[in-house]
Design a protein around this ligand. Sequence first.
Ligand code: SAH
Length: 354
Amino acid sequence: MTALLPHLLARIAQDGPLTVADYMADCLLHPDHGYYATRDPFGADGDFTTAPEISQMFGEVLGLCLAQTWQDQGALTSFTLAELGPGRGTLMADILRATARVPGFHTAARVHLVEASDTLKRVQRETLSANDVTWCDTVADLPNAPLFLVANEFFDALPIRQFIRAGDGWRERLVGAEGNALSFGTSAAMPVDALSDRLGDTAEGDLVETCAPALAIMSDVADRIHRFGGAALIIDYGDWKSLGDTLQAVKGHAYDPVLAHPGEADLTAHVDFEALAGAAAPLSTSRMTPQGVLLERLGITARAQQLAKILTGDALENHIAAHRRLTHPEEMGTLFKAIAVHPDGTPTPPGFDP
Ligand code: SAH
């Protein structure tokens, strides 16, 4: 039994079955037993690896993309350089190293990290010990200033709800208990306002996911960019429209049944980029671009060749494998997608299509 399970069972006994979002939120961020709240899950010894942990090249090319976007908007003399859900802080460290020689960029940038986990804040503090960094618990705490922001594998960690089409309404998928084990069930059919636009493109029995926290965060970020200027680059796995059950658990680099180890496995769901783009209105949203295409356009292969010159043996093999892993269609290249949002009338960030 995991340390979180008794808490979940007690909650279900008292209040009835949980929504998938309640389950996900407790599993990931419960203050005592949540997955992110209690550990550093990244890397070979952890449960999964993310793009910035695979190679420094990921953050380097994204950093230069942000710096070019900042220059394209007139090189504002003071702005917030922010990341949502920075994990170990590796992506921001690579962004800062790659942009160190962009004239004026570091002088103008105020680095802010939005992170909910105290454990990961400590890891980030170590990774970025050479930099002046401010931490925020939520996007609402960011300064009122131009905002250049990146979020990699952040939105997939936010709690989703799942709804199954039933006639003109929806049955919500719920987490209940059978004895001391968790089990899935469904609510009675009901109307769901947030899904009224999905009645036209779904059939009886289809499952659709919603992520209200993602839309609230995107809308807050967009509002700041609309008022003060800036851009946001969002990279995640997902697709243009949510359809089907994408909730998954990963533990020790392998898939795990989603109810098996609450609080001890990473839980994620695919990002609905169409919904994020909708929440970013009135900003312009780029077309959704596969990660591999974006990184190629931002020059990752030239950077890989440059780095390869100073590597030999295993280090060179690992470097070549990392480039492939980030870009190849059979690896992360097409599974992961990216969008950029920016004020109407400003140039589309490099690497993206309008
Ligand atoms: N971007 C990193 C880590 C992705 S994991 C990388 O690419 O390696 C998700 C990150 O989001 C973790 O740092 C986690 O603690 C953080 N996180 C999850 N939910 C959050 C929330 N509601 N608010 C702020 N940070 C959150």
